[in-house]
Design a binder for this molecule. Structure first.
Ligand code: ADP
Ligand code: G6P
Length: 481
């Protein structure tokens, strides 16, 4: 019989902080918002390496009503598990970038070992009626490892990034092992129905599984629930951030930068700030976005002198070649664009890599007339939802959203949808957004607001937990690694 309010134990590679300090990454933001409300334990990596690696002492810190317990990794684990396997094999593969994916058996082995060690280290912290909820592509094997270590409680898993099509996923040498290991969980959550369908198709075509109904798939003697649970934000909280003094200062700074700008005909200009806020990652379509902005200035020259594109792009995983190369390419492209179009008093494209607090970011979103969220592939994209939540209801901005973002399902009611690979399409969408009448902007924003304020982080968490609590529970002896 399940406890009436069982303790939630979340497991992820990155842990916290719960505060408004501004760490870029949707998992930490979404999970913090959800855990703050519910309370519980959050277990994962300390963010540090030490000689003892995971054999070292666990550190526990209580933030609000959440107990954060973390352990170190060794340098070898960080390299093999995090950089090589998670971010050189799995991340590009799951984002459809087979051209960037590299597979090797050494990192495969280290990845499995780290999953094993983290599971073993977590075991002493678990109680009988806990709900264990494992997150993201770093811990595919965690569930089966916990079962092998004797954990008999409920086990859920949520994938924050896309689950790619089976024909792509099957390129991964360990694809069968990983999906079999996932079957140790009772509930497997995805961002979108497309991700769920890809997973179920893999189970059927590669493992001889069978779809029992909309939510359940059986492979051999294991039946699991596979279901979309789109992640959200703390929308009320975010809307409050957007009217805080700190947000106001940032908003005002940006408004004063764009307020008095004249367009190319010397006419007084409307506010024309376009923003993008993304980790510097090749999945985000940043280069394609820069090309789109360049095309806007070429094809709609009335924006010259007045439109400013601010790209906030905190550095991410810079030790990996693909990320370092992307940075070079972005800096080169921004320099080229500015060299071509800038005037003595106007710099069209500004890119910055600094971190911001969440309140400051909310102010940046609120100052923008247009927000570009144009990933080539993205699990959800919380930035799109934050932008909506931060808007001034009397003068809301316009969201341009990629057809390849998970957030499209919920926000297509009000955004302008683009194909990020189509430069003309992106430029035309920017022009349409910059010139959109107030009434249309309000109508579109209100529809999106409804979706963002309904599908919150708290609801995401609660609906997953409800499913986990009611799911049929039959722990199986699993083999994974
Ligand atoms: P991903 O998880 O792939 O990074 P998301 O859009 O889902 O993409 O989440 C990114 C999160 O990181 C958002 O909550 C966003 O506000 C935050 N973020 C992005 N850039 C910054 C920054 N410069 N400073 C602080 N937080 C940032
Ligand atoms: C995405 C992933 C997260 C990850 C974050 C930041 O949101 O889904 O698991 O934490 O990016 O990446 P990093 O490699 O810095 O943890």
């Amino acid at each position: 019989m399940a406890d009436s309010n069982p303790r939630l134990v979340a497991v992820s590679n990155r842990v916290g902080p719960l505060s408004d300090e501004g760490q870029a990454g949707g998992l930490v933001v979404g999970l913090s918002d959800a855990l703050k409300r519910r309370g519980g334990v959050w277990f994962g990596w300390s963010g540090e390496t030490s000689k003892e690696g995971t054999q070292g002492e666990a550190k526990t810190e209580v933030q609000e009503n959440v107990e954060m317990t973390t352990i170190d990794m060794s340098q070898e684990e960080l390299q093999g598990f995090y950089y090589d396997y998670a971010n050189r094999s799995l991340w590009p593969l799951l984002h459809y970038r087979l051209d960037l994916a590299e597979f090797d058996r050494v990192s495969d082995k280290v990845y499995r070992q780290v999953n094993h060690r983290f599971a073993v280290r977590l075991m002493p912290h678990l109680k009988e009626n806990d709900l264990v909820w494992v997150h993201d592509y770093h811990f595919f094997y965690m569930g089966s490892e916990l079962r092998q270590a004797g954990y008999k409680g409920r086990l859920g898993y949520f994938l924050h990034i896309p689950f790619c099509a089976p024909e792509v996923f099957s390129a991964l040498p360990a694809s069968h092992d990983i999906v079999r290991a996932l079957l140790a969980y009772d509930v497997i959550g995805f961002q979108t129905d497309t991700d769920r369908c890809n997973f179920v198709s893999f189970c059927i075509s590669e493992l001889g599984g069978e779809k029992l109904d909309e939510d359940r798939v059986r492979v051999g003697d294991r039946t699991v629930i596979a279901k979309p649970f789109p992640i959200g934000i703390d929308a009320e909280g975010y809307a409050r951030f957007a009217v805080s003094p700190e947000a106001g200062e940032h908003e005002e700074m940006l408004l004063s930068m764009t307020r008095d700008r004249r367009n190319s005909d010397g006419e007084g200009a409307e506010r024309k700030l376009i923003v993008g806020v993304d980790r510097m990652d090749y999945s985000k379509g940043l280069l394609e976005r820069f090309y789109g902005f360049e095309r806007l200035l070429e094809d709609y020259p009335e924006n010259c002198g007045s439109a400013i594109f601010l790209q906030v792009a905190p550095l991410s995983r810079s030790e990996l070649d693909a990320y370092a190369e992307l940075r070079d390419e972005l800096e080169r492209t921004a320099g080229h664009l500015n060299g071509r179009f800038a005037t003595l008093d106007w710099t069209p494209l500004q890119m910055m890599t600094r971190g911001f607090t969440r309140k400051a970011l909310a102010g940046i979103y609120r100052a923008a007339r247009v927000c570009l969220v144009t990933p080539l592939r993205d699990g959800m994209n919380l930035v799109a939802k934050e932008f909506v939540a931060a808007q001034d209801p009397e003068d809301p901005g316009v969201l341009i959203l990629s057809r390849f973002a998970g957030a499209l399902d919920e926000l297509k009611c009000g955004c302008i949808v683009v194909n990020p690979y189509n430069t003309d399409d992106v430029a035309a969408a920017m022009q349409r957004a910059l010139t959109m009448p107030l009434e249309e902007r309000k109508r579109r924003w209100e529809a999106m607001r409804e979706a963002v304020f309904t599908g919150t982080a708290q609801r995401w968490c609660q609906s997953f937990i409800d499913m986990l609590e009611t799911s049929h529970h039959e722990p199986a002896a699993q083999t994974s690694s």
